[in-house]
Each structure stands twice: as C-alpha cells, then as structure tokens.
Design a protein around this ligand. Structure first.
Ligand SMILES: NC(=O)c1ccc[n+]([C@@H]2O[C@H](COP(=O)([O-])OP(=O)(O)OC[C@H]3O[C@@H](n4cnc5c(N)ncnc54)[C@H](O)[C@@H]3O)[C@@H](O)[C@H]2O)c1
Ligand SMILES: [Zn+2]
Length: 323
C-alpha cells in the first residue's frame, strides 16, 4: 500500500508505479493532501479506512512516498494498524531524506500541539533517490538545507564547508541539477549516515540524540511564540542555530566568528539569521522552558565548541540572553 503525498505523486507517480511493477509487487495507492493539516486525527482515520479497504495484513508493506508529513502520518498509521505493519520510507523532500524518514519517530498533531500522539516504528528500509528533488520548490529545499547545515555544525566541519562551497557561487539556493547532483548525493548520504549512527546509539532519545536538537530549542520556542505557520521550521531553526552560536560565543565556549560563518551559509538558501522584527524575546525564552523535554527547571542546550563539534549544556532561564 503506497501512501503518497499529493505533489510527489503528481510528479513522480509513473516512475514509482513502474518500478513497483518491475519489482513484481502487487500494489495499491492512496494520496495524502499536501500540508501539515494532513498529519491529523482525521488524516490518520482516512488511512486506517484505506488500509481496511485494501485488506492490509501484517504480511503486507506500507510505503510512505512523500515528505515528513506523509512519512510521519503513514508511519504512525502503520505503527498502529493491526498493532504494527512494516513500513518502507521513500522520502521525496530533502528534509525527509536527511531527517524525518530516518530514526523511526512517527506522529500526528493534535489540536493542543504538534507531534503529541505518536510511536517509535522503525522502517524496514529507507530508499533515497536524490533525482526526486528536481521538482521540489526552492523554499522546501531550503527547509532541508537548514537541517543539513545543522549536521555540519554539530558533527562534521567538512560537510559544512562543502555546503558552503557547492552553493557558494552567488547563492541561488536552487535544488541542484546535473553538476551539483553528485555533491548533493554525497551530502544526503553523509547526513543520513550521521542520523542513523546517532539513532543507533540512542534510539529512544535519552542522551546523544539530543545533539540533533542544535538550533531547535530556540527554534521550536520561536515557532511557538510566533504562532505556528507564521514562520517555517527551517527559518526558525536557522535563527535558533545563530542564537545558540552567539550565546556560546558570549560564554566563551564557542569559537569566535562561528555565528557569522553559519549565517553566511544560511544566506545562500535565503534562510534568516535574525529574529523577525517585533519578536517578543521574553515569550521565546518562556516557550523554551515550557518544552516537553524540560528537566528540573533546566533545559539542555546544544552549544558548539566550533563548527563540527558540539556539547550538551544544562542551562536555566536567567542564563539565556538574546542580542
Ligand atoms: N519523524 C521525524 O523524526 C521528523 C523529523 C523532522 C521533521 N518531521 C516532520 O516532518 C514534517 C515536515 O516535512 P517536510 O518538510 O518534508 O514537509 P512536507 O511533507 O509538508 O513536504 C513539503 C512540500 O513539498 C511537497 N513535495 C514533497 N515531495 C515533493 C517533490 N519531490 N516535488 C515537489 N513537491 C514535493 C509536498 O506536497 C509539500 O507541499 C513536519 O510535520 C515535521 O514535524 C519529522
Ligand atoms: Zn528540524
């Protein structure tokens, strides 16, 4: 049972259909409307209904073909249908390729918050074809690039440098065609490997997996303070990475100039470095400490030592300053 994002299906349905045929699979399709709203209780019920109609059993396979919305939704539907049917993730956005398709976290949003109901359900396999990115709109490509830059900052200075170099020629931020495809394939493979390694050591998010939150503690808080939908996740993470780097530089923990270097690469993808005008910084600070992961009044911040090396630093509210 292929659960396909509406746009991914529009552009790539034929290719997927033919390759499933060629592989000798008996397959059936359903689509998920584009947009975060699909990651809802109604969206989940719709998939259960499709699974019922298609008589999906535990010896069948669900295939998620789309971005993080489709992957999270189909993943949760697969995790819960008959107490769990196997899933294969075929991510079609850069964000899904480097982040959401890997690690087994699945979820839907509830009226009271994002990703509140979900399950850990590891995919049998993740199939990544960078060619699918040729149709991805630039702003969604940038969403994924924010996460790529995050991996570079935390784990791999070489990767960070490569992103800066490959897209350093005027910064059009386009999804690459031809000449850049090889570099992009390398970049995706490297990020996917990093995430796989981290998740392999800390599947249930009790320690090292936290490093993947670089820029996200500030970012999630900003998304919340700005009101969901008013700022994209990638933009919020971009601003969050700069805020974390500046904080670390202020504390003498992060190599001087790091925030500026990150800002330079973000700019190539039209990603922001500064809080939008009029941001209520106290609201952002308060939101940071209302996060579900908070332990005993302290939050765990991911701060950089330099590009490519990070550590987790517990902090309380009065330690957090913004410029
Ligand atoms: N499970 C996890 O570990 C994890 C991690 C990070 C993010 N997420 C979740 O991922 C979601 C965001 O995912 P996303 O950024 O991929 O967004 P998305 O799934 O909404 O896709 C973005 C847009 O791209 C379109 N699209 C997808 N593939 C395309 C293609 N090849 N060509 C043209 N258009 C295409 C979609 O229709 C949509 O409009 C959020 O719900 C977030 O919570 C989950
Ligand atoms: Zn993210």
């Amino acid at each position: 049972m292929v659960v396909a994002d509406e746009n991914a299906a529009k552009f790539h349905f034929r290719k997927l259909y033919n390759s499933l045929d060629a592989g000798g699979f008996v397959h059936t399709f359903c689509t998920v409307p584009a947009g975060e709203e699909s990651k809802s209780l109604e969206g989940l019920a719709r998939l259960w209904d499709e699974f019922h109609k298609a008589k999906i059993t535990r010896s069948d396979l669900v295939v998620a073909f789309g971005g993080g919305v489709t992957g999270d939704l189909a993943g949760f539907a697969a995790a819960t249908w008959l107490r769990g049917v196997p899933i294969v993730q075929i991510p079609t956005t850069l964000l899904a390729m480097v982040d959401s398709s890997i690690g087994g976290k699945t979820a839907i949003d509830l009226p009271f918050g994002k990703n509140l109901a979900g399950a850990f359900h590891q995919p049998e396999m993740v199939v990544i074809d960078p060619d699918l990115l040729g149709t991805l709109p630039r702003k969604h490509f940038a969403e994924g690039m924010a996460e790529v830059i995050k991996y570079g900052c935390v784990f791999d200075g070489g990767l960070f440098g490569m992103v800066g170099k490959v897209w350093g020629d005027g910064g059009s931020g386009d999804p690459p065609h031809d000449d850049r495809l090889e570099s992009l394939s390398y970049i995706i493979r490297r990020c996917a490997q990093i995430k796989t390694d981290v998740v392999g050591r800390d599947e249930f998010d009790r320690g090292e997996r936290m490093l993947l939150n670089f820029g996200h503690t500030f970012g999630h808080a900003l998304e919340k303070a700005a009101g969901y939908g008013n700022i994209s996740h990638g933009e919020a993470v971009a601003i969050g990475m700069i805020a974390a780097a500046r904080l670390g530089e202020g504390w003498g923990m992060t190599e001087t100039g790091t925030a500026d270097r990150i800002a330079g690469v973000l700019k190539q993808f039209a990603l922001p470095a500064e809080f939008p005008d009029g941001t209520d910084k106290n609201a952002v600070r308060a939101a940071m400490f209302s996060d579900k992961k908070i332990l005993s009044g302290k939050i765990n911040l991911v701060l950089l030592e330099k590009i490519g090396a990070a550590r987790i630093v517990p902090a309380d509210m009065n330690m957090i300053e913004f410029e």
